[in-house]
Ligand binder design. Sequence first.
Ligand SMILES: Cc1ncc(COP(=O)(O)O)c(C=O)c1O
Length: 453
Amino acid sequence: MATNHLTVEAAYRDKFPQSASLYERGKTVFPSGITHDARYLLPFPVFVKEAHGSRKTSVEGHSIIDYWVGHGALLLGHGRREVVEAVQQQMARGTHFSANHELEIEWGERVKRLVPSAERVRFTSSGTEATLMAVRVARLVTNRTKVVKLIGHFHGWHDQLVLAAYAPYTPDDWSMPGVSPGVVSDLVAVPPNDLKAIEQAFQEHRPACCILEPTGGHWGLVPVQGEYLRGLRELCTRYDVLLIFDEVISGFRVHPGGAQGHYGITPDMTTMAKILAGGLPGGALAGRRDLLEAIEFGNQYGKKMKHPGTFNGNPLSAAAGCAALDLLADGVACQQANRLTGKLRQQLNALFVRKSVPWIAYGEFSMCHILPGYTGHNPVSADFIPCDGDYRKLDREQPAALKFAFRSALLTCGVDWFGWSGMTSSAHTEDDLEETVAAFDRMLSMLQADGLI
Ligand SMILES: Cc1ncc(COP(=O)(O)O)c(C=O)c1O
């Protein structure tokens, strides 16, 4: 079996030799040779030299269908002409004025128009900063310290919310290397899709706020089920707990108004990033006017939340953000990506059944998750939630050998998949879909030949 396993690795090494040597060089500069944990791949990650539409080109010149789409930031695909031109024009005018500028207002006005909860907006440089800010504002406004989050929901890497974001989930030992136990003790993590657990946490801890990814942890790896969001909204109002939707992924992706626009449920505050800035760095906190007043000088609270940030509302991100939000405002781009991804989920499921592979593809909107080692019924559907939505079954660590072989075999077959999950853009086509299913077919044969499945 060990000898066979070289088959995937040998094919991968054969196809991406320049990437292998760039990785060796990168390792002399960066820890593990990478600049984002999710890009870690053994024996080495593929290096990309350019990207257009739905595809990236590796340094070796191979065309690869991209399901990372800028970690979710590129709903419109790579290098959308209108976005590129807007940034080029702004670049010529200036990249940082250390001053207010009209484009930041236009950017914020677009957010207000599209996102139901956005009475006021404050830009940040990333989603991590936005969720950090949301929690700080909630604490200042309520004079309470505890925060409720859902197990398996990811809100960036800052200390306040990093706990309980990665499998395996061991509630008896909530800790995170490098995070002080004092910070950890302010966080209450409860299982997803369990309103009773939320209510109990609200009664027991009287938190300032409750934050969640409104389409489910890790962009729907564990989907939010049915009326859960509505029930949560009602509980937050009843117990006077601020409800924060982290729409860093779902914002402008599932619907121009995010999950709140799709479901018609308005949180008190919303965090955004990724698509918001059209593929450039940028984030935002938006929400009720009285809450964002915490950042105002001379506010009703008699204390102000300090909020500097060198690149807040920077002109390049504002230019890209305005162009992108204009292009997606009519909902067509979101619908295109949603429809195509539904088809992809269904066709992958048909493939898994055809090849007798115990895997299932599932998810909602423009997100597609693959669950290996699934032994239940596969109804070959685009909308089925396996394992009754149980987060312990859907969100678990897979064997490292399988994980790396899956991704590297798929790359060898011309598809870049975001871990076990993928997202599409409006630039993805029916032809891409067909090629992707064929690539999955070949990848599965490679894993079978290596004895991995
Ligand atoms: C739901 C969610 N919140 C927050 C973040 C952090 O955003 P950033 O990577 O821009 O700091 C992410 C990043 O993937 C995310 O998916």
